[in-house]
Each structure stands twice: as structure tokens, then as C-alpha cells.
Design a protein. Structure first.
Length: 134
């Protein structure tokens, strides 16, 4: 399993997010550099992340994560919403990952819009604009 391959870099209590999560779900071919993780719940991240790892502080409810042993990853739906909302640039890679996640989930635009509306408010307008580009 792809998530197990990241064990040396993802600290216990951290969750794979963004392009790293998209790689775990098999919709992009590489986990990206840096690897993206977030702390679980509302915990503060460690300032001593390994080289090549970016630790975010996203609020991620348990319902939005999948646990595989000691490792965790955001659900495909949360990964889709995070890519639409949180990535600085929305590259071809991000669009492709979003399209594949959307297809895999069988979510139409209203379903994705509802998921974005139920999540955190920051960058919602940007996410909705990106959704229109898919």
C-alpha cells in the first residue's frame, strides 16, 4: 500500500494531505516534493519535520480521514476539496487529480459545492472557481 511507503517521513499522529494524499489514492504518479502532512485534530505541528516534509495545521475531523494502521490519509472527498481550496497554484497535475477523484467518487458539481460549503470558509470562492474549470 502506498501509505505504508511514507512511514519514514510521516510522523505518528500526522495525516497525508493534498498531493501526497492524491498519490496515496492513486490519482497522481508521485507523492510530490515536499510531502504534505497535517497534524491530527487541532494539535500544533512539530518544528522538526524531516527534510522534504511540509507540515500544515489543517483542522481535519476524524470523519475526513482514513486510518491504515498507524498511518492516516484524508478521504478521497476531503482530498478533492483540499486540492480545490488550499493549493497555492492550480496546476495541470492538480486539475487531473481533481478530475480523477471526482470520477472515482461519482460526485457531480453540486455535490462538490455542498462539500466545499460544509467545510472551512477560507478560499471557498477560489475552490468554486476551480471547480468550474474541471
Amino acid at each position: 500500500m502506498r501509505l505504508a511507503a511514507l512511514d519514514p517521513w510521516i510522523a505518528p499522529g500526522h495525516i497525508a494531505v493534498l498531493t501526497t494524499a492524491a498519490w496515496v489514492w492513486g490519482v497522481i504518479s508521485e507523492p510530490g516534493h515536499p510531502l504534505h502532512t497535517t497534524t491530527a485534530g487541532r494539535r500544533r505541528g512539530s518544528r522538526n519535520a524531516p527534510p522534504g516534509v511540509r507540515v500544515h495545521q489543517f483542522w481535519t475531523p476524524d470523519a475526513d480521514t482514513v486510518q491504515f494502521g498507524a498511518a492516516a490519509v484524508t478521504t478521497p472527498g476531503r482530498t478533492l476539496c483540499d486540492l480545490l481550496r488550499l493549493t497555492e497554484e492550480f496546476t495541470r497535475l492538480h486539475r487531473r487529480a481533481c478530475r480523477l477523484l471526482r470520477y472515482r467518487l461519482a460526485w457531480d458539481a453540486p455535490r462538490i459545492s455542498a462539500a466545499l460549503a460544509s467545510g472551512a470558509a477560507p478560499y471557498r470562492a477560489r475552490a468554486l472557481e476551480r471547480l468550474r474549470q474541471l
